[in-house]
Design a protein around this ligand. Structure first.
Ligand SMILES: [Zn+2]
Length: 268
């Protein structure tokens, strides 16, 4: 049901000790991150579904890395938008908080989110195919394709490819958060792909207040306590009590002191 209980969410968030947020491609799209799916996602006649697989990497690691290098160059130009910033601000005041994202672009971290799990990995991390060691790599463009580990083996992007399992630890944390949170907020994802799709259901079954912000009605709309349809970057700051809608800007004021901005705590 659209727009139901707009102020209800703010009150719930103020009182909640445990908050969880699930985000997807819709949040990134407002920062100009392409989806790399369908015909728009074509790169040198290749589809994402044919490049983002373990088989493609075994067959031609250079080709796969050239595609990721191109994607990283596009994404390096993108900045977090007010939705990313509102979610980071929400985290700062929540005693227990987990952001569960399906996005691999690293924009949530760039906006200041710290307590997060990246279900599909992160484009700015690489992983050794031999010893599984992971490390950050922000080179744009890459200096070497494919990049190599100190041990000499090729590195791969530390992302989840088609046909691969999601990281078990990230999943465990996501499900734990869904089961124990008092408010579960879904932003920019229709949540039709499993296992992320089951998280809002689990949260609701365990008594959480479920709210969604999506461009259009989704399968989630029927189970959410409140739904808001439109651009997350416009709706979310307002919904969370950020009246100027520009978190991070100089004239930004918080109507609700519960969301008072404080410097990110590096130890948290
Ligand atoms: Zn290695």
């Amino acid at each position: 049901m659209s727009q139901r209980g707009a102020s209800e969410l703010q009150g719930r968030l103020r009182r909640a000790r445990r908050v969880a947020v699930l985000t997807g491609a819709g949040v990134s799209a407002e920062s100009g991150v392409p989806t790399f799916r369908g015909t728009e996602g074509l790169w040198r006649q290749h589809r994402a579904e044919d490049l983002a697989t373990p088989e493609a990497f075994r067959r031609d690691p250079k080709l796969v890395w050239e595609w990721y290098d191109w994607r990283r160059q596009l994404i390096a130009k993108c900045l977090p938008n007010p939705a990313h910033q509102a979610i980071a601000a929400l985290e700062r005041d929540a005693p227990e908080f987990l952001l569960i994202t399906q996005n691999v672009d690293g924009l949530h971290r760039k906006a200041g989110s710290v307590r997060l799990v990246e279900l599909h990995g992160n484009l700015w991390r690489v992983r050794c195919v031999r010893d599984e060691r992971t490390m950050e790599n922000f080179d744009v463009p890459l200096r070497q394709i494919p990049p190599r580990c100190e041990c000499g083996a090729p590195l791969r992007p530390d992302v989840v490819w088609f046909g691969e399992a999601l990281p078990a630890e990230a999943l465990r944390r996501a499900f734990d958060a869904a089961e124990s949170c008092e408010v579960f907020l879904v932003v920019g994802t229709s949540a039709v792909v499993q296992p992320a799709a089951s998280l809002p259901m689990i949260a609701r079954e365990h008594g959480a207040y479920v709210a969604e912000v999506n461009l259009e009605p989704t399968p989630l709309t029927s189970i959410a306590h409140e739904s808001h349809h439109g651009k997350a970057g416009e709706i979310l700051p307002r919904l969370l009590g950020f009246p100027s809608g520009r978190p991070g800007s100089d004239n930004f004021e918080f109507r609700n002191s519960n969301f008072a901005i404080s410097p990110p705590d590096p130890h948290r």
